[in-house]
Design a protein around this ligand. Structure first.
Ligand code: TYD
Ligand code: MG
Length: 455
């Protein structure tokens, strides 16, 4: 009688392991994310202690005896990538770049060696042929002979080759196509992805060679997304944006060597990704003065102030029930703001469709956007335009009060620098006293905002 093969279940969203299938992951709360994978016990041969990460040969040492010099980072040719990494690539680090297919991960990862002169790179591709990579590189330009292409999917071979070649950087595109000999499951399965990443982490830590790993995020739960890797790697960069639009945002979600929630903007052009060093300039209005339903928000993303346009469309509901939809903004938060408008300022938006869109396909989570969202919704509702040299930074509370937001001064300085003449902030903010070249308008609550804008 055949013995039943032992399998375990993994949540493809957070990597949580369970002996049985579950509809909802108890760890991250996502539904329908459990996928089956062979149990670790099915490793070929006896793996023993081979899974130990970065075997320590030195033993414990005093903290003060450990050398560390600040200049150890590798500076890449792409300034925005350096900045998001916290000042360059740290030797021996494992960096994951995640994103949906077609967003530009392969383009970015090939552009890094091509635009960093003299950086000896081993570019491993499991998705494209060497010819395809060559064709792409012709569009990107800048090849100085230091970039080596290796088409391979077996991680043991990659590590052996990298060990021989000793490059300054290894890039692996993509983790989903790689597999290790020590497991029998198919490439792309959760256990393979975890094992491949762990092997590359051991290699990076042991050799001091940084490894950049590319990972696809899929919307369905079948293939393990890079989320299961977030615990393993040192840095997680997420590439996002609208595939059809030209602008892409690279965001740092986790960084053991720098600050998180940093953000860089790139533009996809015919010759690769172009760094947009001043993203505010591209995210603020491109249209003529006098269009209703738009308002500019002075947001802070990570450490950098960022100004961008919020667009709203309020119209009578075509069908019985009103629709509320938001792109780049939390729909629940939009509903809350609309409820505040209704309850605290007396606007009956219940029978209206409300659509909200953040310019450039960016996703915002900064509460300071509330005020701009309200202003855009009101502007569309009244069909009255807000002047183009006006911007907003404030959070709106449930009782309709406008609350102060962090680092108001920095937002004001950036707005003034970009030529804005007026910024609306909370009356309760203690900042903004010394603003030069810009008028700071303080509003205590939503009715006061309405009066100030549309009287
Ligand atoms: P790609 O890097 O292959 O995406 P990913 O690896 O994330 O799946 O590229 C995505 C898109 O970028 C592709 O549709 C073609 C486009 N593209 C340009 O517009 N300009 C360029 O110079 C290159 C190389 C690609
Ligand atoms: Mg690709």
């Amino acid at each position: 009688m055949a013995t039943k093969e032992k399998t375990t279940w993994f949540c493809s969203s957070c990597g949580n392991e369970s002996p049985k299938w579950m509809g909802r992951c108890p760890a991250c709360g996502e539904w329908n994310t459990f996928v089956e994978a062979p149990s670790e016990a099915r490793r070929k041969g006896s793996s023993g202690s081979s899974a130990r990460i970065g075997s320590s040969t030195t033993g414990p040492r005093r903290l003060r005896e450990i050398d560390y010099s600040k200049e150890e980072r590798i500076s890449l040719g792409l300034e925005e990538v350096n900045r998001i990494l916290g000042g360059g690539l740290v030797p021996g680090s494992l960096v994951l770049i995640g994103g949906e297919p077609g967003i530009g991960k392969s383009t970015l990862s090939l552009q890094i060696p091509l635009h960093s002169p003299g950086l000896e790179t081993l570019y491993v591709t499991g998705e494209e042929s060497a010819k395809q990579v060559k064709m792409r590189s012709e569009r990107l330009g800048g090849d100085d002979g230091a970039c080596h292409i290796f088409t391979e999917t077996l991680v043991e071979n990659i590590i052996a080759e990298a060990g021989k070649m000793k490059p300054a950087l290894v890039i692996v595109d993509s983790v989903q196509t790689m597999y290790t000999d020590s497991l029998e499951s198919a490439p792309g399965s959760v256990s393979q992805i975890k094992e491949v990443a762990a092997a590359l982490l051991r290699f990076a830590k042991g050799s001091g060679i940084p490894v950049i790993l590319i990972g696809h995020i899929t919307k369905d739960g079948y293939i393990a997304g890079p989320k299961v890797l977030e615990h393993i790697v040192d840095v997680v960069l997420q590439f996002e944006g609208d595939n059809r639009g030209a602008y892409r945002v690279l965001r740092s979600i986790k960084n053991r060597f720098g600050s998180t929630s940093e953000l860089s903007v790139f533009e996809m052009t015919g010759s690769g990704l172009r760094e947009v060093s001043n993203p505010s300039e591209m995210l603020i209005p491109l249209h003529e003065e006098g269009l209703s339903g738009t308002a500019v928000c002075a947001m802070l993303d990570g450490t950098r102030p960022l100004l961008f346009e919020v667009q709203a469309l309020v119209s009578s509901a075509v069908y019985g029930t009103a629709q509320r939809s938001a792109t780049g903004f939390d729909t629940r938060r939009l509903n809350m703001l609309l409820a505040v408008l209704e309850k605290r300022a007396g606007f009956k938006l219940g029978a209206k469709d409300v659509f909200l869109n953040m310019a450039g396909g960016i996703k915002v989570s900064d509460p300071a956007c509330d005020l701009a969202v309200m202003a855009a919704v009101l502007s569309s509702n009244f069909d009255l335009a807000i002047p183009q040299d006006v911007c907003f930074a404030g959070e709106v509370g449930l009782s309709g009060e406008v609350r102060p937001v962090a680092q108001t001064d920095r937002r004001i300085i950036e707005a003034a620098r970009l030529g804005f003449k007026k910024i609306y902030v909370s009356s309760f903010s203690s900042e903004g006293e010394k603003a030069k070249g810009i008028q700071v308008v303080r509003v205590p609550d939503v009715p006061a905002l309405v009066r100030a804008l549309f009287k």
